[in-house]
Design a protein around this ligand. Structure first.
Ligand code: NAD
Ligand code: TDX
Length: 343
């Protein structure tokens, strides 16, 4: 089996490749990545000498390049992780989100249709369902929850999901979609809450919490997400959507306080800053379908997952120090300076 993994130099795609290369030595993995600010070949460095792994540099939205690649490689399975993935960046510059997340997905779908594949899997997000109220803890996102997006990021992911389902209905392309809750774990770019907080706390810098810190996210350790995708591409039903989550809801403040406690840093580092525009209140996944149909359950609790994650950031300083280059420093300055001054 030859598997194309797009966005494999990013956080979840990279973890997925580590998992797949190790668990399926008989399958060939091709990692296609544009190496944007979020892509880092050091994440997959230890795979470079493996006989069942290869890297290809390129853009999923470059139609000529993708068509030639599919013609030459004859992939059996496509797993599309490649995306612009940060909500805050989509507030500042929505265009690249449409380009990569919508048009890039369409190019991959067209290539899959033209050259034939056994399965196209789209890695999507719980954010396509919008948000839930904070005071209705009885409500969860199911696969039937209507799409109702808030940010340019989630709108672009929802647009891609609709295209994927349209290619199933219209062209009988064998597709599946997974919609996962917030991931955390090794190799996550430090613009996302958990790595940002770990790294800033280690450096005794102020920890920006949007609004009152009451927003709720449903956290899943990244390897549990990777295992779920592996199950879906092998055993999932064509044309189906699968929600992935571990019933692990926490307010942002709870998450930040937990990190501070583990790192033995003071809560006085916390700063409440200007809220994210359109900030979704609560995400909560109902993963019953994954459990019932594919026998999936998360292996990590928040305690075991956070312990592993923090230990990883502590022993991989070179990885995160190298990604915090000029672009990263400018981003942090533009994103947070004004927020921290305003309040
Ligand atoms: P990430 O930002 O860490 O990685 C994205 C990767 O895609 C990078 O390596 C980047 O270089 C690559 N990329 C970007 N544009 C590209 C293009 N045009 N062509 C080829 N490669 C390109 O993202 P992540 O957090 O690993 O998320 C991966 C996927 O999972 C995304 O589709 C995201 O929407 C989805 N998702 C993420 C989470 C989460 O909590 N991080 C949760 C649910 C779903
Ligand atoms: O500095 C911060 N302060 C803060 O309070 C940052 C970066 C975030 N937050 C809050 C906003 C959210 O309520 O923390 C929460 C988590 O924020 P992010 O890490 O940016 O994630 P989120 O917006 O929830 O989206 C994530 O989960 C769904 C991923 O980035 C998406 O790619 C995925 O689809």
């Amino acid at each position: 089996m030859k598997i194309l993994v797009t966005g494999g130099a990013g956080f979840i795609g990279g973890n997925f490749l580590h998992y797949m290369v190790q668990n399926y030595p008989q399958d060939q993995m091709v990692n296609l990545d544009l190496l944007t600010y979020a892509g880092n070949l050091e994440t997959v460095k230890s795979l470079e000498d493996k006989p069942n792994y290869r890297f290809v540099h390129g853009d999923i939205a470059d139609r000529d390049f993708i068509m030639k690649l599919f013609e030459k490689e004859k992939f059996d399975i496509v797993v599309n992780f490649a995306a612009e993935s940060h909500v805050d960046r989509s507030v500042i510059n929505p265009e690249i989100f449409i380009q990569t997340n919508v048009l890039g997905t369409q190019v991959l779908l067209d290539a899959s249709k033209t050259y034939g594949i056994k399965r196209y899997h789209q890695v999507s997000t719980d954010e396509v369902y919008g948000d839930l109220p904070l005071n209705r803890t009885d409500l969860f996102f199911t696969e039937e929850t209507p799409i109702h997006t808030s940010s340019p990021y989630s709108a672009s992911k929802a647009g891609a999901d609709l295209l994927v389902l349209a290619y199933y209905r219209t062209f009988k392309l064998p597709v599946t979609i997974s919609r996962c809750s917030n991931n955390y774990g090794p190799y996550q770019f430090p613009e996302k809450l958990i790595p940002l907080i770990i790294i800033r706390a280690l450096e005794n810098q102020r920890l920006p919490i949007y609004g009152k810190g009451e927003n709720v996210r449903d956290w899943l350790y990244v390897t549990d997400h990777c295992r779920a995708i592996d199950l879906i591409i092998r055993k999932g039903k064509e044309g189906e959507v699968y929600n992935i989550g571990g019933h692990n809801e926490k307010t942002n403040l709870e998450v930040v306080k937990m990190v501070l406690k583990i790192l033995e840093k003071p809560e006085s580092l916390i700063r409440y800053v200007t809220d994210r525009p359109g900030h979704d209140l609560r995400y909560a996944i109902d993963p019953t379908k994954m459990e019932r149909e594919l026998g999936w359950k998360p292996e990590y609790t928040f305690d075991t997952g956070m312990d592993k994650t923090i230990k990883w950031y502590l022993s991989n300083k070179e990885w995160w120090q190298r990604v915090m280059n000029g672009e990263y420093r400018n981003y942090i300055k533009n994103m947070y300076d004004k927020r921290l001054i305003e309040r």
